[in-house]
Design a protein around this ligand. Structure first.
Ligand code: PHE
Length: 456
C-alpha cells in the first residue's frame, strides 16, 4: 500500500499507540464484565479457558487486526476494500468493516449505560453513602439505581457526550495524555484493592475460586461456558470490530506489531485478574453470591469501601478511574464509524462524532429501559441490554475475528503479511503466527460455536 500515514492523524510515538490500544482494551470488560462472567460460570475452569483463548486466539488475531489496519490506513470498511483490491480478492471483504460498525454500535449502546452506573457510583462514594453498608444495603442501593430510568438516562447522556467530545477532537490529541497518567493510576488502585481484600476478605477462598479449575462446576453448561470465555476474550481485547484495526491505522510503519501486542494483551489480562482477586475475597467474606450477574462489582465494592478507613475518598477515586478506563474504551468503539463518515460522507470530524454518538445514544435508551420499564420485552429470553451484550461478545466479535484471521492468513500474500509484521517470512515466529491465524483460531471459534449450539 502506498500511503504511510492516515488522513485522521497518527500516534506521536510507539508508546502513544500502546497506551491508546491498552486504553481501548482495559475498561469495563476487565473490571465489570470479567468478574461477574467468571462468577456466573463458577470461577477457575472459566478463567483457565479464558486465558487459553487470549493466548491462542486473541493474540494472533490482534496482530492480524493491527496489521490490516496499518496496511489499509483508513476506516475498517475502506481499509478492507483497499486490501482486498491489493490482494486481488473479492470486494465483499469490506462487509467485515460493516459488521464491525454494527458491533461497535451495539456494544457502545449498552457500554455507555454501564459507564453511567459507574459515574453514579462516583457520587455515591464521595457522598459517604457506602459507609457501614452491608450486603443487603448495597444490593438495595444498586437495585434502586437500576430501577430509575431517569437517573440512568441522565448518566448515559453524560457519558455519551464525554465520548463524542474526545472523538470530535481527534483521538490522537485528547487521548494520549489521559491514558498516560490514568491507566497507571487505575492499576495502582487495583493493587491496593487486592491488598485490602487480602487482609479484610476471604483471600484464600477468593484465590482458590479464581484459579483452581474445577471443570465439574461447568457441568451441563460446558458449551455455554466455553463460548462465554471466548467471547470475554474478544470483548476484553477489543477484537473483531475494527477498534484495534483503526488504532493500527494510526501506527507508524516501523513499530514491531508482535511486541506491542504482547504488552497490550498482557496488561489487559493482568487487570482482569487483579479485578477478580480484589472482588471475590470480598464476595465470600460477605456471603454474597458470585453468580449474581452484572451488578456484582456494584454490590460488592461499596461494602469494602464502606469498611475501610478513608473509604469515601478511596471509593470515589476508584470509580473515577473506572470511568476513565471506560471512556478510553468507548472512544475506540466510536472511532471506526466516525472515520468512515469523514471519509465517505465528507462530514467534518465534530459533525461525524455528533451524528454517530446521537444514534448510539438513542439505542442506549432501549438498553436502559430494558432494565426497568421495558423489562418484559425480551428477545431470545433477554432484554435489550443483555441481548446486545451476549450477541456482540459471543457471536459478532468472534465472527469478525475469524474473518480477520482468514483474510490475514489465507487471502493476504505471505510476502505482504511477513513484511507488515516485520518478521522474516521463513522464521519461526512468523510460522507460529501463520499456523495460529490459518488454522488454530478459526478452528477453535468454529468448534466452540458448534459445541455451544449442541452440534458438537
Ligand atoms: N475492551 C473493552 C473493555 O474491555 C471493550 C471494547 C470492546 C472496546 C470492543 C472496543 C471494542 O472494556
Amino acid at each position: 500500500m502506498s500511503s504511510t500515514t492516515s488522513i485522521h492523524g497518527m500516534w506521536s510515538s510507539r508508546l502513544a499507540f500502546i497506551l491508546a490500544a491498552t486504553g481501548s482494551a482495559v475498561g469495563l470488560g476487565n473490571i465489570w464484565r470479567f468478574p461477574y462472567t467468571a462468577g456466573e460460570y463458577g470461577g477457575g475452569a472459566f478463567v483457565l479457558v479464558y486465558l487459553l483463548c487470549v493466548a491462542a486466539i486473541g493474540v494472533p488475531i490482534m496482530m492480524a487486526e493491527i496489521m490490516l489496519g496499518r496496511r489499509g490506513r483508513q476506516s475498517p470498511i475502506n481499509s478492507m476494500r483497499a486490501l482486498a483490491r491489493e490482494e486481488g480478492a473479492s470486494p465483499f471483504w469490506q462487509l467485515l468493516g460493516w459488521v464491525g460498525i454494527l458491533s461497535g454500535f451495539l456494544i457502545l449502546s449498552f457500554y455507555s449505560v454501564i459507564a453511567g452506573w459507574t459515574l453514579a457510583y462516583v457520587f455515591r462514594a464521595a457522598g459517604g453513602l457506602f459507609s457501614g453498608v452491608d450486603a443487603a444495603g448495597s444490593e438495595a442501593m444498586f437495585n434502586a439505581l437500576v430501577a430509575d430510568p431517569e437517573r440512568l438516562l441522565a448518566w448515559h447522556t453524560v457519558f455519551m457526550v464525554m465520548t463524542a467530545l474526545i472523538v470530535a477532537r481527534g483521538v490522537s490529541s485528547g487521548l494520549e495524555q489521559a491514558v498516560r497518567w490514568l491507566m497507571p493510576a487505575l492499576f495502582v488502585l487495583l493493587v491496593v484493592m487486592v491488598l485490602y481484600a487480602a487482609q479484610a476478605g476471604e483471600f484464600r477462598a477468593g484465590l482458590a475460586y479464581l484459579f483452581y479449575p474445577d471443570f465439574a462446576k461447568l457441568g451441563a453448561r460446558f458449551g455455554e461456558a466455553v463460548l462465554s470465555a471466548m467471547g470475554q476474550a474478544f470483548f476484553s481485547l477489543s477484537l473483531g470490530m475494527g477498534a484495534i484495526m483503526i488504532y493500527g491505522s494510526y501506527l507508524n510503519s516501523r513499530a514491531s506489531i508482535g511486541q506491542n501486542v504482547g504488552i497490550i494483551a498482557g496488561m489487559d489480562t493482568l487487570v482482569a485478574l487483579l479485578a477478580g482477586m480484589a472482588i471475590f475475597p470480598i464476595v465470600f467474606a460477605n456471603g454474597l453470591e458470585p453468580g449474581s450477574g452484572p451488578g456484582l462489582i456494584f454490590q460488592t465494592l461499596p461494602i469494602a469501601f464502606g469498611q475501610m478507613p478513608g473509604g469515601s475518598l478511596f471509593g470515589a477515586l476508584f470509580f473515577v478511574l473506572l470511568v476513565f478506563a471506560a471512556w478510553t474504551s468507548a472512544i475506540s468503539l466510536l472511532e471506526p464509524m466516525v472515520a468512515w463518515l469523514v471519509e465517505n460522507r465528507g462530514l467534518s470530524r465534530p459533525r461525524a462524532a455528533a451524528l454517530a454518538a446521537a444514534a448510539v445514544w438513542l439505542l442506549g435508551i432501549a438498553c436502559l429501559l430494558s432494565l426497568n420499564l421495558w423489562s418484559d420485552i425480551t428477545i431470545l429470553g433477554r432484554g435489550f441490554l443483555v441481548l446486545f451484550n451476549d450477541l456482540t461478545a459471543n457471536v459478532l466479535l468472534p465472527l469478525g475475528g475469524v474473518a480477520i484471521a482468514i483474510f490475514a492468513g489465507w487471502i493476504m500474500r505471505r510476502a505482504s503479511s511477513a513484511d507488515e509484521l516485520g518478521l522474516a517470512g521463513d522464521g519461526l515466529w512468523y510460522l507460529v503466527w501463520l499456523v495460529l491465524v490459518q488454522f488454530v483460531a478459526p478452528a477453535c471459534v468454529v468448534l466452540v460455536f458448534l459445541n455451544a449450539i449442541g452440534l458438537f
